[in-house]
Design a protein around this ligand. Structure first.
Ligand code: AMP
Length: 372
């Protein structure tokens, strides 16, 4: 399919949305697709995955299985993804077969590498923490000189939910044996993999913007959510965020610029630190629906999941307006065993993802409470 045809692609009702990845995000996307009379076809390497239970079709195969990918491309009308670590080559291969993949390869590649991601954010005029590329102990030391301490060392690729990162604190600051040890420890912690050293941002709070861009270039931005993390994992997202109007506007403007500059089609999640002076500093962005946007299921007429399906199907976007205040709480690991109490709670919207094993740190479900 040529570029103009790809841009104009509209998936009619009863058409098939191919989704790479079968986690809870794929599950909620599949349910949103079904509501619009569209069929979700999940492509995922796992034998068991949350999205299979609610999808119209599934392919269980690896991301480099060219035969399975070719069959998948033929079976669906458009392809999207629900997690950002789908190999870029998989998207390139599908595109080479004529499949339309939304959002495109550029968004995926940019978000897959923390260094490229930060360079891109800076290039569009957004603020980020000071950072330095780290490829060995020498560049880690040079980075510490540049960004100062405390600092956070993160792998460039494949990190999520606080995994693949380690802090270097100011107590390790003197140029002593202890300092050398701390540096070596940090480097071992990230597996000596290409990394990025970031200055620690003394933020006042964390917010995120869920934004959507349609195939026609229309943009819809949800209100910022205020996010609380525990052990690097999102615990709660609340709307409204307790930030000034101009802070919210600044965050919205960055999200809009990202969407436009990436020529994006679909939903993006952009995480920010808010400094004491109200400035917004981009932490990272995810080229997909985002955990901090789950509240949109109950607090908006059109959720982030429906918005993403609308965008990738070439439909008009819905309004991102919010009719209620809300607090979304993740149920992590064994917290999901408390499902009965949550199910009995008046006004609590319970979501369980169908995962059998409540491993520590695993997102098992969430509950959203609408607030007056
Ligand atoms: P990330 O995996 O990059 O989203 O990091 C997970 C969490 O760690 C963030 O939501 C912050 O709470 C914290 N964090 C990450 N990077 C920084 C930073 N440069 N300064 C302060 N806190 C950070």
């Amino acid at each position: 399919m040529n570029n103009a045809d790809a841009r104009n692609l509209i998936v009619e009702p009863n058409g098939a949305i191919g989704i790479l990845g079968g986690g809870q995000l794929g599950r909620m996307l599949a349910m949103a697709a079904a509501r619009l009379g569209l069929r979700a076809h999940i492509y995922c390497p796992e034998d068991r995955a949350p999205a299979y239970d609610v999808a119209a079709a599934k392919t269980i195969a690896g991301y480099r299985d060219e035969k399975a990918l070719a069959d998948f491309a033929r079976a669906v009308d458009v392809v999207t993804y629900e997690f950002e670590n789908v190999p870029a080559e998989t998207v390139e291969f599908l595109t080479s077969l004529g499949a339309v993949v939304r959002p495109g390869a550029k968004a995926l590649e940019t978000a897959q590498d923390r260094l490229v991601e930060k360079d891109f954010a800076r290039a569009i005029g957004a603020q980020t923490a000071d950072y330095h590329a780290v490829d060995d102990l020498a560049s880690l030391k040079a980075g510490l000189e540049k960004v100062g301490r405390p600092a956070i060392l993160k792998t460039r690729r494949l990190g999520y939910d606080g995994k693949g990162q380690t802090r270097i604190t100011s107590q390790d600051a003197d140029l002593s044996a202890a300092y050398e040890k701390a540096i070596e420890f940090a480097w071992a912690e990230v597996g000596a993999a290409p990394s990025i050293l970031e200055a620690f941002v003394p933020f006042e709070r964390e917010i995120s913007i869920i934004g959507a861009r349609g195939a026609d270039g229309a943009v819809a931005l949800y209100d910022p959510a205020e996010n609380i993390h525990a052990n690097g994992i999102l615990k709660t997202s609340s709307v409204p965020a307790s930030v000034r109007g101009e802070t919210a506007d600044k965050a919205r403007a960055v999200a809009r610029r990202l969407l436009d500059e990436l020529d994006y089609v679909g939903v993006i999640g952009v995480e920010f630190f808010v400094a004491a002076n109200g400035e917004v500093i981009v932490n990272e962005y995810a080229p997909r629906v985002h955990n901090s946007g789950h509240w949109t299921l109950e607090a908006c007429a059109v959720s982030q999941f429906e918005q993403h399906i609308r965008a990738v199907a070439g439909w008009p976007l819905g309004a991102a307006a919010r009719h209620s205040n809300a607090v979304m709480e993740n149920l992590i690991g064994e917290e999901a065993h408390g499902w009965r109490a949550r199910a009995a709670e008046v006004g609590a919207a319970l979501h369980l993802y169908g995962k059998r094993e409540a491993r520590p740190g695993r997102k098992m479900g969430h509950v959203t409470r609408l607030k007056p």
